[in-house]
Design a protein around this ligand. Structure first.
Ligand code: AP5
Length: 294
């Protein structure tokens, strides 16, 4: 039998659908079964939200599947959720939905395009604090079709508080859909700080590098698109401390919340991204077996 990470875990796989997200952060894995002809998924409806003229339309959306993957990725800032979300998107064909990416996309818009709530949210983000639940939920609620779509999702950075988790649960219950699993990535604090402080992001294509662990061959220039690499404002030492405190205070309690719901899948986040992906797929395999025998 093929290893767990090379199977589709009982979820229906549609070979016509392949995804590369605009924030692709690593070299594609050669072992991935769904990688030969990338179809672009720019996630524009998630990143931009609804507009009056309905102009924002994803260039491809996941094909409907019988049992789409609906995942939440939990873990401290910098543990590698975004990196894994990219790899899981390629493997599982569900949309990568990151609330942090929505805020960063909004920060690039002209000032006059930003609502007062968004301007305030970006201030919270720069300081490393959590954006208030009401703003986050408003933003997610108006994009709820991305969550309720029949291709599935990989939520990265949401929910982050018990209030947000309750709101997500209610939304999904109204549509009679359930989470497949909540993956909790675990890594010692010193390694988390090292990952955060060494992160560099391409200002053009949003690819993510690390100065020592995953350096760009072009140094301060992105070796994918030639864009300039920059350090995120909230990756500076003073913001990192605030973010880690906010995680401990507000997000860590979600681990017990999801454990109580029977959907928590812990994954050790040490090693290379490929190794962590392999562990994640094995964890999802077990979660899938649990659902089948329940
Ligand atoms: P968000 O963008 O969600 O940031 P985060 O959760 O802090 O997560 P990060 O993006 O910092 O890290 P990551 O775990 O994705 O790690 P990555 O893969 O990049 O949120 C930003 C802000 O927005 C928040 O602080 C808040 O203000 C606001 N916000 C967003 N959502 C909110 C919500 N729901 N409620 C309230 N506020 C909200 O990896 C990190 C580095 O490590 C990279 O350099 C990478 O190359 C490297 N790396 C990854 N994997 C490995 C590996 N295996 N080995 C070595 N290096 C690795």
């Amino acid at each position: 039998m093929a290893p767990a990470e090379d199977r589709d875990l009982g979820h229906e796989f549609d070979p016509r659908f392949r995804v590369i997200s605009v924030t692709a952060r690593g070299a594609p894995l050669r072992t991935l079964p769904s990688m030969n002809a990338p179809i672009k998924n720019d996630r524009i409806e998630w990143l931009q939200g609804p507009s009056a003229d309905g102009a924002a339309k994803c260039s491809s959306i996941p094909a409907g599947r019988k049992n789409p993957w609906r995942l939440v990725l939990l873990g401290a800032p910098g543990v590698g959720k975004g990196t894994q979300a990219e790899l899981l998107t390629e493997r599982l064909g569900a949309c990568h939905l990151s609330t942090g990416d929505v805020f960063r996309a909004a920060s690039k818009r002209k000032d006059c395009d930003q609502s007062p709530a968004m301007v305030a949210a970006l201030d919270y983000m720069r300081r490393g604090e959590l954006v208030p639940d009401s703003t986050v939920w408003e933003m997610v609620r108006e994009r709820s079709h991305c969550i309720l779509g029949c291709g599935g999702f990989i939520l990265d950075g949401f929910p982050r508080t018990l209030g947000q988790a309750e709101s997500l649960k209610e939304l999904m219950e109204t549509e009679s859909i359930a989470l497949s699993a909540v993956v909790n990535y675990e890594l010692p604090l010193d390694e988390i700080v090292e990952r955060l402080s060494g992160r560099r992001t391409c200002e053009q294509c949003k690819a993510v590098f690390h100065v020592t662990e995953r350096p760009s061959k072009g140094g301060a220039i992105c070796d994918r698109c030639g864009g300039r690499l920059y350090q995120r404002e909230d990756d500076r030492p003073e913001s990192i401390t605030v973010r880690l405190e906010a995680y401990e205070r507000s997000t860590a309690p979600l681990i017990q919340f999801y454990r109580n719901l029977g959907v928590l899948t812990p994954v050790v986040a040490k090693g290379t991204p490929d190794e962590i992906l392999g562990r994640t797929m094995k964890g999802l395999d077990r979660a899938n077996d649990r659902v089948k025998t329940a």
